[in-house]
Design a protein around this ligand. Structure first.
Ligand code: ADP
Ligand code: MG
Length: 689
């Protein structure tokens, strides 16, 4: 069988540069092109008279040129005057090539595609797509596909390349189906090759709406295939991991038992369950890859500490990494409290340590003195080498970038594959996590520790701040504490800093009788910690903060959370912020200050956060409001992977794909590999982060 060849063979003037441009958008081989499906379709099967064109609706018209000139008023542009019977239509091109001026000569006939509307000179089309045609040239019978492309590659060019790839693959008989006929009929799926062709070259009878909305049976098949490739890849990655060996760390109930005895509370059932799942994984011979999900305040830290204890009592080192220094410091403090009395050696390592301390920390980690290392991503930077890392715990894992997670993984493999425990307070709806993260195990803490009084949430228009100020004064005078979260300024870090400082000054003036503090992202970590320590000790009563306190901070005495310009924040952010309070026995309140008028989306978001305190429900609503792409981090959303399917809308296909993937890997490896090669080809590395 001939080798799959790039469809970009000579004929073209500068094939290399075209190929390079296409490679940049991920189009390299025949399958990349064949699966580069139209983003939409245009109906060129009809010609509309210029006089019948409707404003705001794209249509196709046919005209004859009678005058072409480059004018300079109101600005430099190419203006082409054309005629459709008695009607005159102006074409305007603000960017154009000399070759276009030569091509668009009087007497030529053009088919134009775009919107006809009133303009500067008269009825006009601006930058229409056009094609020179002969008199009486017939119109296409089918819809015209429009492809995603890149600068300098026209629709005509990309269409030609795709057509050539489809021809090559057909001639080579490569469109054989990776899903058997019996499975297809059980799943009501169209054949693969026919589906590909149906989307690139729709039949004249195909409905524009089912193609546009991607409900056409051919789309269904393509979405299924895309999900199948993703499930196959993840399951394979998982199998590869299962084939690796990791330290076997059986529960010895030494350190963990002493630790539990020291806890001032009993574990919740949910915590116990999660801890047992993790404990069982650690005793296995292959590396654990588990995500521990639990709402804010559900008590993930203790569960992580138990896992750490099990590793340590087996003689292995544990690394615990948090995304911010405040959070890492808090873990350091809490875990030291739990584990130091039992004699565990805990080491603190972040970027802000003084050179000497850093050297000492790195040495202790390297020679195995350290049993538990806690810090930021500094833990996994060059120069840090663990003597015998057994378990890596990553808190708020979604906050780390892909690069950092890869660095972590590489670090671990230098020793042996370490077990990995990831924690996240951003719940992913269960259906999604089970189906979508085929390469992760998930433990869920779905219960809050007892004795928490529910947080009351209030929405307050900014105009009613005065009432709020009174309330805060009263609460703080009675020994309570409050957070005041500054408005979020996403556009500029400098503005954000300014806003934080301004807010602090304003609040300090408004509360001359209270001890007010400020913490923001631009402060040095040591300064941040100092402020947090004062807040923990109730030396600061009212803490003005940017969203740096969003994750993890735990100060049980703080019972009021004020969020300014709540309408600017996302749902999970609001939920996280609100979770900073309601940690003690006191009745807590979260006040969402908003600036009216509210936009529709902001209103919908605030309504969700007002009505629900359940992180999973909020995540579900968030998904509905925003779509999964934004909900999960870049790698998790599979942004580069899922082009056609939508994991929420196509959940039935996702389930089918998952089951099919399992079956194929057990029974039909040839087709599984073929499927993966087609769909992922050179892209498989995306999945490994
Ligand atoms: P998160 O899951 O958000 O990381 P933490 O681990 O910080 O939550 O726990 C939140 C608070 O709840 C801490 O003060 C912790 O000591 C407390 N806590 C954890 N588990 C329990 C429990 N079973 N009973 C009572 N309090 C608990
Ligand atoms: Mg936490």
């Amino acid at each position: 069988m001939p080798r799959t060849r790039s469809p970009l063979t000579p004929a073209n003037k500068s094939p290399t540069s075209l190929a390079q441009k296409l490679a940049q958008i991920g189009l390299r081989n025949d399958w990349d092109f064949a699966l580069h499906l139209p983003i939409r379709y245009e109906d060129e099967t009809r010609i509309t008279r210029v006089r019948d064109a409707v404003a705001g609706v794209d249509c196709q018209v046919e005209v004859e040129i009678f005058h072409t000139e480059v004018t300079f008023r109101p600005r430099r542009q190419l203006v082409v005057q054309t005629r459709d019977g008695d009607d005159v239509l102006y074409l305007r091109f603000l960017n154009f090539y000399g070759s276009q001026v030569k091509q668009l000569t009087p007497g030529s006939r053009l088919r134009l595609f775009g919107e006809v509307r009133p303009g500067f000179f008269g009825v006009e089309m601006v930058h229409p797509r056009y094609r020179l045609v002969a008199l009486d040239e017939s119109v296409p019978e089918a819809l015209t596909p429009v492809y995603g492309t890149t600068a300098g590659v026209s629709q005509t060019a990309i269409r030609r390349v795709i057509d050539r790839a489809l021809e090559t693959l057909s001639v080579q008989r490569q469109f054989d189906d990776s899903v058997s006929a019996s499975m297809r009929s059980a799943l009501r799926l169209e054949p693969f090759g026919e589906s590909v062709f149906a989307l690139h070259r729709p039949s004249p009878s195909a409905s524009l709406s089912s193609l546009a909305e991607r409900t056409h049976p051919a789309w269904r098949r393509i979405k299924f295939d895309e999900l199948l490739s993703q499930q196959l890849a993840m399951k394979k990655a998982r199998a590869a991991r299962d084939a690796k060996s990791a330290p076997v760390m059986k529960p010895r109930n030494e350190i963990s038992k002493s630790m539990l005895a020291l806890l001032p509370f009993a574990l919740t059932d949910a915590q116990r369950r999660a801890a047992a799942e993790i404990s069982a994984d650690l005793a296995k011979t292959h590396p654990m890859q588990r995500l521990l999900q639990g709402d804010v305040g559900s008590g993930k830290t203790v569960v992580a500490a138990l896992a750490a204890a099990q590793a340590i009592e087996n003689g292995f080192q544990v690394a615990m990494m948090a995304p911010t220094e405040i959070l890492a410091e808090q873990h350091y403090r809490k875990l030291s409290e739990l584990l130091k009395p039992i004699g565990v050696i805990v080491t603190w390592l972040t970027g802000s340590l003084k050179a000497k301390q850093k050297r000492e920390a790195i040495a202790a980690i390297g020679d195995g003195t350290t049993q538990l290392a806690i810090g930021t991503h500094a833990l996994f930077q060059d120069g840090v080498n663990f003597a015998n890392l057994g378990l890596a715990i990553i808190d708020e894992q979604h906050r780390f970038g892909v690069g950092q997670r890869l660095a972590l993984r590489e670090k671990a493999s230098m020793v042996e594959e370490a077990h990995q425990l990831m924690m996240s307070a951003t719940p992913i709806p269960r259906t999604l996590s089970m189906s979508y993260f085929a390469d992760l195990d998930v433990s869920i803490i779905d219960e809050l520790p007892p004795g928490r009084t529910p947080i009351s949430t209030r929405l307050l228009a900014d105009s009613r701040r005065d009432e709020l100020l009174e309330r805060i004064r009263a609460a703080c005078s009675a020994g309570g504490q409050a957070y005041w979260v500054c408005p979020l300024i996403e556009e500029s870090e400098k503005l954000q800093l300014q806003t934080a400082v301004d807010t602090f000054e304003r609040i300090a003036t408004e509360f001359p009788d209270l001890r007010v503090g400020l913490v923001h992202g631009r402060m040095k970590p040591t300064e941040k910690n100092e402020v947090m320590q004062k807040f923990i000790a109730n030396e600061i009563q009212l803490l003005v903060a940017t969203t740096v306190i969003e994750v993890g901070v735990d100060v049980p005495n703080a019972s009021i959370m004020v969020i300014e310009h709540a309408e600017r924040m996302g749902l999970s952010q609001l939920h996280q912020l609100r979770g900073r309070v309601g940690r003690g026995a006191k009745q807590s309140a979260c006040v969402l200050l908003y600036q009216s008028p509210l936009g529709a989306l902001a209103k919908a978001r605030l309504k969700v956060i007002y009505e629900s305190t359940d992180g999973f429900e909020i995540a579900r609503q968030d998904l509905l409001l925003r779509g999964p792409g934004e909900h999960l981090g870049a790698r998790q959303s599979g942004a580069p992977l899922l082009r056609f399917a939508d994991i929420e809308r196509d959940v039935d296909l996702l389930d089918a794909a998952r089951d099919t993937a399992t079956w194929m890997l057990e029974n039909d490896v040839t087709n599984a590999d073929k499927h993966l090669a087609r769909w992922l080809g050179s892209r498989q590395h995306y999945l490994k982060a």
